[in-house]
Design a protein around this ligand. Structure first.
Ligand code: BES
Ligand code: MN
Ligand code: MN
Length: 462
């Protein structure tokens, strides 16, 4: 056993228990009822960074939740790795679908995780993955093996759009100066098929409101004679895709990057079983844009999805009513070269233009962000690839993800450095869903792999 393996073996129970303590704090950034908990989580992260060997740690206030910053600078002439992660989590609801309470972490064995997985909101996204970096730092500092400088920036508003982090980054360019940004907030293909995320999709998120008559009406007295906002909204939404599941918003696809056949063939080499995919979701068939595979549909192609829709009577029994208003929350996942603000405008113009007379439309943009692709010939990617080879015994497969971390493109713009996405989660870890979990294998493997990234990145930078 090498040094990191024996360190992990020796300390693994403590590593797991420390993560469990962090997971007990319900740091739900979207819900102001949890404000104290979110702030307490920031304090806990600060203490953990100090204990792991950072020389300076601070909780940086923002207009919203604070950013925890820590650093250990060993030599100004050596490269600097900036680690980013988030300590906030998604709301856990629907609570009744959890097999154990979301903030009372327990370890359970599953077919995918025979060594056990920690079940809790935030286990994988992102407390567990962020904490791997804290423990990797602890290993490197306590055994005198930190080969370069390190900075940590852990925010509490990732799940609500990172708008205060954007300001912080713009205002602290010197402080955050680095040679590479390292993030574990994505996934890999399988525990025996390591992969490195090379792309993230952008995002435009809007809320729409359709207003018909000035009050809720008796659906017998008025039904058939006035526009029903719910009927209208659902019809408008349905028209946003054509029969091939292409999005119908004019100019929506105009700027997107179309991959060459070679690139698509390269992508298709990644191991994937459609049968397993369908079985895992208990669906009879997949559904999506004509002409593209499942992996293409959820990574290199843009999408439009309704995330929530409401209006009218949804209580028990039947109420005969035509609602005055109907609402929907709609997200569009974007691919490189689609500018999220431009897409939001295109959506708004189109959505307003397809509304029939007799209703009024409001489109309220929420947050958004640009997509990201990282090259595989960079020193950072090569260092990550070598790190996985050390610990998995296999070359990781580069793969684009369908998810979004909007701040990553801003990092590149403001800090002029590339981001490496070393994610150790699995798609089946149920992030954002009930019963989110993170494999013990994945957690420990992450801690084991990260120090090699530092080693190879420093070596390759010479
Ligand atoms: N960690 C996820 C993003 C992710 C997960 C990317 C898995 C790739 C693979 C992140 O916390 C997240 O949930 N992002 C949001 C966007 C954000 C603006 C709320 C998303 O992708 O929906
Ligand atoms: Mn995340
Ligand atoms: Mn998330």
């Amino acid at each position: 056993m090498n040094s990191i393996q024996s360190y992990v073996t020796q300390h693994k129970d403590r590593f797991i228990n420390e993560l469990i303590e962090l997971l007990k704090i319900p740091s739900i950034s979207a819900d102001s009822a949890y404000k104290t908990d979110v702030l307490n989580t920031a304090k806990a992260v600060k203490i953990s960074l100090k204990n792991a060997g950072c020389d300076t740690v601070e909780v940086c206030e923002t207009e919203g939740y604070p950013i925890v910053y820590g650093e250990k600078i060993i030599d100004k002439n050596l490269p600097t790795v900036l680690v980013y992660g988030h300590y906030d989590v998604q709301p856990p609801d629907p609570l009744n679908l959890w097999t154990s309470p979301p903030f009372e972490p327990v370890i359970k064995k599953t077919d995918t995780h025979p060594e056990g997985a920690i079940y809790a909101r935030g286990a994988c996204d992102d407390k567990g993955q962020m904490y791997m970096h804290v423990k990797a730092l602890e290993f490197m500092t306590s055994t005198n093996q930190l080969p370069c400088n390190v900075k940590f920036m852990v925010e509490g508003e990732e799940e609500i759009g990172s708008s205060n982090l954007a300001i912080f980054v713009k205002n602290n360019q010197e402080k955050l100066k680095n040679d590479v940004i390292l993030i574990s907030d994505t996934g890999m293909i399988a525990n025996d098929i390591p992969s490195i995320t090379t792309g993230l999709r952008g995002l435009s998120y809007v809320e729409v409101e359709v207003t018909g008559p000035n009050r809720d009406l008796h659906s017998g007295l008025y039904g058939g004679a006035v526009a029903n906002p719910i009927n209208v909204l659902t019809k408008m939404i349905a028209s946003l895709h054509d029969e091939n599941n292409h999005i119908t918003i004019p100019e929506f696809y105009d700027k997107i990057e179309n991959l060459s056949n070679e690139e698509r063939a390269e992508m298709a080499k990644a191991p994937f079983s459609l049968t397993d995919y369908k079985d895992a979701l208990n669906i009879e068939a997949v559904y999506g844009e004509t002409g593209y595979t499942t992996n293409e549909r959820n990574s290199i192609r843009p999408t439009l999805d309704v995330n929530g829709i409401w209006g009218g009577y949804i209580g028990e029994g039947a109420k005969t009513v035509i609602a005055s208003k109907a609402y929907a929350k709609i997200s569009m996942r974007l691919v490189p070269n689609q500018d999220w603000e431009e897409i939001t405008e295109l959506f708004k113009t189109h959505f307003e233009s397809i509304a029939p007379k007799g209703v009024t439309i409001k489109v309220n943009p929420h947050h958004g962000g640009q997509g990201y692709v990282t090259p595989i010939n960079s020193i950072g990617y090569q260092a990550a690839s070598k790190a996985y080879q050390e610990t998995f015994g296999k070359t990781p497969i580069p793969q684009r993800s369908g998810g979004s971390i909007p701040i990553v493109s801003l990092f590149e713009e403001e800090l002029k450095s590339k981001t490496i996405l070393m994610g150790f989660g699995l798609d089946s870890d149920a992030i954002h869903s009930p019963n989110e979990h993170f494999g013990i294998f994945n957690y420990l493997k992450g801690i084991e792999t990260i120090p090699y990234f530092y080693k190879y990145f420093t070596e390759l930078s010479k």
